[in-house]
Each structure stands twice: as structure tokens, then as C-alpha cells.
Design a protein around this ligand. Structure first.
Ligand SMILES: Nc1ncnc2c1ncn2[C@@H]1O[C@H](COP(=O)(O)OP(=O)(O)OP(=O)(O)O)[C@@H](O)[C@H]1O
Length: 700
């Protein structure tokens, strides 16, 4: 038959990569022949009597290798499921159930419970109701639960039973039951499943539902095979979670905010969204993808190239660099303008100058904080507005009279600083936003923002000003739980961005880390409440990893030398096991924290590198040494958190005892977020170490 479709199961690639090179090439040829004529004698497409599923077929790759396929829709669609040595391929297929689920419009693959018995739960005789007792069979089936597994699900009484069933459920179904156990809103879950379906009656169209595309994709050319032959498959480029795909292709009536825990594929969704916008853009439209750090910008530049679309109308820039360039281009700052960072040497010198030249009863620290957090963060340009501005989170209230006095000081400070051509970043953003708004210049048609939680109100106002308000104007992804800078964002009031209701969505599947690592990461911040950037509490429930690994460890030592020796030994063991150094990372709360480990690596002859402004300094192939701040946005197979004890985590700055309660709380929240960020960078394993007493933040 002409025009046969082959849909590739994402786990098919796991079997494909393990084949000898020569056989991989034969698999590529096999598919070409199969598409032309699946009934050709050379292909030998046949059912096998030992397969429990009568719709499964074996096909011949050569004398010894077989492909396992499922025939679908009267044989004009085939699912290519597995390829292996004859015996192993048959073994893989033998006891599988491979069923089309009409409720979800997705093919389901799972072990036949008649052959592979489902686990018995310890809670079987407990006199407590089933975890899902309040939901009808019909509703559970609408979430994709196969009829044959329903009796076992009815026996689940506690979360632990559900975890035991994970490997016996089809993909996606465990996830749905996990969400249901976490927040109990079955109507919401059913409607999410429905959104992942297509309206069409034809099975061929239904096979393209978002729910089915989670695991099955048609590859019509051989490029992807070449990609695998050259070094592996980046599944994120093709197989998207239905929630990711919805976000990528959705038509948002205005700006969209996407949140999700660490590793839930927010950056991946944003990159696909960029591709989608480019492919649907009109001539002349320019699209900006911006983020906070240079390291992430560099990663984005690299990764988006792999998605194969034209980047000619796309600008991928970090927000600072973009703002400075645009401000210079519009003549808003001199070409030799210099940037002031909060609390850096130049800023401290200028504030001291103000204090020396005037009789002022406030300290430089207070003045700078008030100027940056209240004046600049709210873009206050005159005394009248300053008098009206709330100083939320600023501690001790100040009177109208005090505000008037302060305003005079700030005007003098501005003169001092402008004379020397210095500008705070926020000042640059404000000046630029005001200019763009006044002149109605909108340099970009769409803007995507990654690491949203690190943006300040001033940066977000600039983002808002760069793009005209219209459907699909802004697409912003971030994780409130990873907010490691102590700055308040408020979309509607602070940044004039409106994203309430349906325009904000949340991703929940952690693709990066094992469930064990995710649980540890979440335990750090579980009792803290995080703002969703619009004054509501960000949800934490229903955040799940779908694979398992080893339990993270936390070891303390008597001396620093012991800790260093232990780390060096562990690194050497991992190298011997075949890990490359760049797959590992050593991270500590401060730069000082990893200094001794750097010497240890040096003495042991193990190459290392550090990060500066997004670039690797030292041996680029060496093991990276990073602070918890600059490991953000990156990922590694194994992460070592070093120098972790009661004194370093949380890290308390000098003068902490004088902070107001609100400031203390805010600081400690950021400290917890930092540890959450550092732990959640690991794919397979986290090892924590320190000298002395353990940090009370980490309970292992
Ligand atoms: N649909 C997918 N299929 C396979 N892998 C995926 C998918 N989506 C994301 N990933 C992988 O999961 C990891 C985390 O993805 P990503 O960086 O997009 O998450 P994130 O939510 O931005 O994380 P963080 O906030 O922690 O930086 C990456 O290795 C990515 O390739």
C-alpha cells in the first residue's frame, strides 16, 4: 500500500541507539521499503502466536533482527515500537497490551496484568476508604485508566500504594492519578485530557492528538535518524508533553505566564513557542527572546539552533545588554555610559560622596535601598508620586516629611551620578520604557521571557514597552520557587502586564531529575509560601518526576581536608565509571565555599573551570565549580553541594540581626530557594557534604 504512515514510539529510540551501527542503517532502509510496500515478502510482516496482543506484528530487518509494529486503522498507520535481536524483540512484545484509548485518544502500552500480576498493597486489610473512592469508574476511565487495571486502582488506600503501581500503568495515567491524589480536582483533570484531543472522527487525525504525540511522532525524513547515528536523540525536540504542546500552539488573547517547578520543560516550551511564532510570523515582524543571565542566553542560542527554523528575524539577548544597546541607539544615554550595580564599589563611592557633601542623617545602605527598591523599582519620577508610593516590604514606615527630605537627597545624588555618566540598570530600563511609550516605538512584535522570576518590575515594564499590546504579545516562563534575588515582582501593579486567569498555566512533569532528587528539592521549600507574581500563592502540589534514581546523601566531616579528600575520591570513582568531567558539577553557597575544593582538584590533577559572565574560565572540559547563584538554569548528571553546614546554609549577611522581621523572612526565603535551585540541577544524583553541624534546612 502506498503512503503508509509510521509513528515512532519515543522508547523505540532507546532500543535503536543500542543496535550495532550496521543494523541501525538497515532499520533506516527497512522503513523506506515498508512505507512503499508493507506486504512485500522481504519484510515478512506477521503476527506471532506467542504475542498476547493479536494486533502486534513482527517484521524482518535482516536474518537476526526484528522490528515490532502495531497495525492501526486498517493497516494504513503503523506504530514502530521496538527493534532488537529476534529473541529479545519477541520477549519485549510478548506480554504487552497495546491499546488505543478512546477516552484520551492515545495509544497505551503496558504489561498485561493477567500475565504480570499487579502488586499487593500492604494496606489491603486496613479499614480506611480507597484513595479514589469518591470518583466514579467512568470518570477514572476518562483520565485514561484502562478497565483491566481499574480493580487494582480501587484497592489503593494511601499514596504509597499508588507509587507501587507506577510501573504497571500506561504512560500519563500514573501522572493523572498522582495529580488527583494531590489536589482532587477531577473535573479540571478531565478537561485537560479533553483539551489534548482532536475533534475529528477519523482515526488517522486522532492519532495526531496532543495526547498521542506525547509518545508517538511521525518522522517523514531521515534527518532524525542521522541525528541519532551521529550521537543520540534529543527527545525534547520532538516529543512534547500535551501541556507543553498546548502552551506552544495556543492562541493567547494577550500575554501568557507559564510557571512550573524546576525541570518541568519551561525553557523547552519557550523554545518551541519561538519556533511556532517564527513559522507563523508575517514579513518584517521581529521576535525577541530574552532572559536574565548570559549563561542561559548562550545555552538558548545553542539549543534553538537544533530546532531547525530560521532565526533571521529573531533576537536572543539578555535583558541588560539589550537595554544598554537600545538606550545608546536612541541617544538616551551617552555612548560611554557606565552601569551601576546595586551595592557595588562605584555605587558605594557615589553614595559616600553624597553623604560627604551634605548633612544627611541616613546611612548610605538605607538611601541606596530606598532609591533602588522604591524609586527605581516603581519608576517614580517626581515627589508627588513618591508621596503616593507604597513601600511594601521596606520595613519601618516613614512619614510624609521624611519622604520630602529624602527626595531632595535623591535629586542631589542624581546630579552626582549623572556628572560621572553612571546609570543604575533600573534607571536605564525606566528611561528606555518611558521613551518607547511616549514615542510609541515598539521594536518587537512578540517577546518571550525565560527565568521570569529573576526579572524586576523595571525590567518587566521594559519588556512590556518593547511590544505592542495584542494577542500573543508576551510569553513568559519562570518558577516563583526559584526566586533567588530579593526583588518583588507584581505583574499588574508593578509592571502593567495583565496575565490573569486562563492566560497563566502551570507545567508539572519534571523531565530533568529523578523523583528522589525532586522530593529532596521540594522538602527545602515546602513550608514557604511563594507569590505567583500577582499577589496569589503559587501552587506546589502535583509536581512529579517520572523516573527514579538513587537517594541523595548528606555527609558531614570533622575537618575540611576530610571533606575535600572525600570529594576527590568520589570524582575519581565517577571518572572511572565513565562520566566525563563536564557531566559533574561542584557547587557552594558562596565562591569562598568552593575555594579549598579548587585547590584540592588542582593538587589531584583534575581539570576544572569556573563561570564568569556566562563563560567558562579555565579548562572548558574540566569539572565546573559554581556558586548556587550561577548554577541556575544549568543541569548536570551529578551535582556535589559542598561546604553545606549550619553556618553556610542559610547564609546570613552581616547585620542580619538588625533586619526587620519581613526582611528576615524574605532573605531566608531566598536562601531556601537557592538550595532548591542547586539541588534541582542534578539529573541522576546529588551528594551534599560539609564540616561540622548539618544545615537545618536539609533533612536527610
Ligand atoms: N518533552 C520533553 N521530552 C524530553 N525531555 C524534556 C522535555 N521537556 C523538557 N525536557 C528536558 O528536561 C530538562 C529540563 O527542561 P527545561 O530546562 O526546559 O526545564 P525548565 O522548567 O526550564 O527548568 P528550570 O526552571 O529548572 O531551569 C532538559 O534536559 C530538557 O531537555
Amino acid at each position: 500500500m502506498e503512503g503508509i504512515k509510521i509513528l515512532h514510539y519515543h522508547k523505540f529510540w532507546n532500543s535503536f541507539v543500542d543496535l550495532p551501527k550496521g543494523i541501525q542503517k538497515k532499520v533506516v532502509d527497512f522503513q523506506e521499503k515498508f512505507r512503499k510496500d508493507s506486504k512485500s515478502a522481504a519484510i515478512h510482516l506477521e503476527p506471532i502466536s506467542t504475542f498476547k496482543d493479536p494486533t502486534l506484528r513482527s517484521a524482518r530487518i535482516d536474518q537476526t533482527y526484528r522490528a515490532i509494529l502495531k497495525s492501526f486503522n486498517d493497516g494504513n498507520i503503523f506504530y514502530l515500537l521496538w527493534v532488537d535481536h529476534h529473541d529479545k524483540a519477541y520477549q519485549w512484545a510478548e506480554n504487552k497490551v497495546i491499546d488505543w484509548n478512546v477516552d484520551t485518544q492515545a495509544l497505551q502500552i503496558f504489561d498485561n496484568p493477567e500475565v504480570t500480576p499487579l502488586p499487593n498493597f500492604k494496606t489491603e486489610n486496613f479499614d480506611i476508604p480507597g484513595l479514589f473512592a469518591e470518583y466514579s469508574d467512568k470518570d477514572l476511565k476518562r483520565l485514561g485508566l484502562p478497565e483491566i487495571i481499574l480493580p487494582s486502582v480501587r484497592k489503593i488506600k494511601v499514596d504509597q500504594d499508588l507509587y507501587q503501581l507506577e510501573d504497571f500503568l500506561p504512560e500519563g495515567v500514573y501522572e493523572q492519578l498522582f495529580y488527583l491524589a494531590a489536589d482532587g480536582d477531577i473535573e479540571k483533570l478531565i478537561s485537560e485530557v479533553e483539551e489534548g484531543k482532536v475533534k475529528a472522527e477519523e482515526l488517522e487525525k486522532q492519532a495526531e492528538s496532543f495526547n498521542n504525540q506525547r509518545s508517538f511522532i511521525e518522522f517523514t525524513d531521515n534527518n532524525v535518524f542521522n541525528e541519532v547515528l551521529e550521537g543520540g536523540l534529543d527527545k525534547w525536540k520532538y516529543y512534547l508533553h500535551p501541556e507543553q504542546r498546548k502552551i506552544v500552539t495556543n492562541n493567547f488573547p494577550g500575554s501568557a505566564k507559564i510557571t512550573g517547578g524546576a525541570g518541568t520543560g519551561k525553557t523547552v516550551a519557550a523554545m518551541h513557542r519561538l519556533k511556532y511564532l517564527v513559522e507563523n510570523s508575517r514579513p518584517g515582524e521581529k521576535i525577541l527572546f530574552t532572559t536574565f543571565t548570559r549563561a542561559l542566553t548562550n545555552n538558548l542560542l545553542e539549543s534553538t539552533r537544533g530546532l531547525n527554523f530560521h532565526l533571521s528575524n529573531v533576537s536572543i539577548r539578555n535583558i541588560d545588554a539589550l537595554a544598554l544597546d537600545l538606550a545608546k541607539e536612541y541617544g538616551l544615554v551617552p555612548s560611554d555610559a557606565k552601569i551601576l550595580e546595586y551595592d557595588n564599589q562605584a555605587a558605594n563611592r557615589l553614595w559616600e560622596k553624597l553623604l560627604n557633601e551634605n548633612l544627611i542623617s541616613y546611612g548610605a545602605d538605607f538611601l541606596e535601598k530606598e532609591y533602588c527598591d522604591v524609586i527605581l523599582n516603581n519608576n517614580v519620577s517626581n515627589l508627588k508620586d513618591y508621596l503616593k508610593t507604597y513601600r511594601t516590604g521596606m520595613g519601618k514606615p516613614i512619614s510624609r516629611r521624611q519622604k520630602k527630605g529624602l527626595w531632595d537627597h535623591f535629586e542631589k545624588f542624581r546630579e552626582i551620578k549623572n556628572r560621572e555618566n553612571y546609570f543604575y540598570k533600573a534607571e536605564l530600563y525606566n528611561t528606555l520604557s518611558d521613551y518607547l511609550n511616549e514615542k510609541e516605538i515598539r521594536p518587537y512584535s512578540h517577546c518571550l521571557v525565560d527565568e521570569l522570576q529573576d526579572f524586576s518590575n523595571a525590567e518587566l515594564r521594559l519588556v512590556r514597552a518593547l511590544v505592542e499590546e495584542k494577542p500573543n504579545d508576551l510569553f513568559m516562563v519562570g518558577d516563583p520557587l526559584q526566586k533567588i534575588y530579593d526583588r518583588r515582582i507584581n505583574f499588574s501593579r508593578g509592571a502593567r502586564i495583565n496575565v490573569r486567569g486562563k492566560k497563566s498555566r502551570r507545567l508539572r512533569v519534571n523531565y530533568r531529575t529523578s523523583e528522589e532528587i525532586k522530593r529532596l528539592a521540594i522538602s527545602i521549600i515546602k513550608d514557604i509560601s511563594y507569590d505567583d507574581f500577582d499577589g496569589e500563592e503559587e501552587e506546589k502540589a502535583g509536581y512529579i518526576s517520572l523516573f527514579h534514581g538513587v537517594d541523595p546523601s548528606y555527609t558531614t566531616f570533622k575537618t575540611k581536608d576530610q571533606e575535600i579528600n572525600h570529594l576527590i575520591e568520589r570524582v575519581q570513582t565517577l571518572i572511572n565509571q565513565g562520566y566525563s568531567l563536564s557531566e559533574l558539577a561542584i557547587t557552594s553557597r558562596t565562591k569562598n565555599g568552593y575555594k579549598d575544593f579548587r585547590s584540592g582538584l588542582h593538587n589531584a590533577g583534575i581539570p576544572y573551570c569556573e563561570f564568569q559572565g556566562g563563560n567558562r574560565i579555565g579548562d572548558a572540559e574540566g569539572i565546573p565549580l559554581l556558586t548556587f547563584h550561577n548554577i541556575k538554569g544549568l543541569e548536570f548528571k551529578q551535582v556535589f553541594l559542598v561546604d553545606v553546614n549550619e553556618r553556610t546554609c542559610p547564609f546570613l549577611p552581616r547585620g542580619f540581626e538588625y533586619y526587620t522581621d519581613e526582611e528576615k523572612e524574605s532573605h531566608l526565603r531566598s536562601e531556601r530557594s537557592l538550595v532548591y535551585v542547586a539541588i534541582s540541577r542534578a539529573i541522576q544524583n546529588v551528594e551534599i557534604s560539609g564540616v561540622g553541624n548539618k544545615s537545618e534546612m536539609i533533612n536527610i
